[in-house]
Write a protein that binds this ligand. Structure first.
Ligand code: HEM
Length: 193
């Protein structure tokens, strides 16, 4: 589902990533990302699509249970419900995009945009929020673990054999690592990415 109805979702309408497709290819090789992972992610997309709300409940529950994470959605210690809700809709779309979209120039460009939206360059801008001005890079990297650990039970609910679930889970881990790596670009000094 292409979704221009999601507020702030701007896939295909953002500026070009400074990372090239050649560099993306080398990153893919570095996380052992292969055609088999593309196929496993496509299968994961089918399994996860009807479950996105339940997945987001788990992830938002995790953030909500940790004040050091919830602060990034908060102003003066008060969580901003509108901001949480708007980001949630885009987060749901991201689950599908990770699994189903081709990792082409448009995908690469949107990874850079999402990275910027976690930094002081663009955080809060899309939703007119006034929360913390940036998400510290250390949590972006660390978040790969809960996003990967918590997805497994949802992958298991698709009725696929355990080997297929393992393949989907491994592909998801690679894809999330790849995206979080691309999102780190705007945090690092020029020439050091
Ligand atoms: C935005 C995923 C780490 C807080 C988003 C969006 C996605 C996403 C898909 C919406 C992108 C869009 O605008 O289309 C992820 C992933 C992470 C990660 C995959 C790690 C691997 C974190 C962490 C926090 C966080 C650690 C801290 C609680 C936020 C906030 C926004 C956001 C506040 C809204 C940014 C804005 O103002 O536009 N994230 N995120 N994220 N994320 Fe993350």
């Amino acid at each position: 589902m292409e979704n221009s109805l999601i507020p702030g979702y701007a896939y295909g309408q953002v500026s070009r990533s400074p990372v090239t497709l050649e560099e993306l290819e080398l990153l893919k090789q570095t996380v052992l990302f292969s055609d088999a992972d593309v196929a496993a992610l496509a299968q994961a997309g089918q399994v996860l699509a009807p479950q996105t709300n339940a997945i987001l409940d788990v992830w938002y529950g995790f953030v909500g249970a940790h004040p050091h994470l919830l602060r990034y959605f908060s102003l003066h210690g008060q969580p901003d419900g509108d901001y949480l809700a708007r980001v949630r809709a885009r987060f749901g779309q991201w689950i599908l995009d990770v699994c189903i979209k081709p990792y082409d120039q448009a995908w690469l460009d949107y990874q850079h945009e999402i990275g910027l939206r976690h930094t002081s360059a663009k955080k809060n801008v899309t939703d007119g929020a006034m929360a913390e001005p940036l998400i510290h890079l250390r949590y972006l990297t660390a978040f790969i673990v809960p996003l990967t650990a918590t997805i497994k039970p949802f992958l298991q609910r698709g009725g696929h054999a355990e080997t297929e679930v393992e393949a989907m889970h491994a592909a998801w881990f690679k894809a999330v690592t790849l995206t979080a790596t691309l999102w780190s670009y705007p945090y690092v000094k020029e020439g050091q990415f």
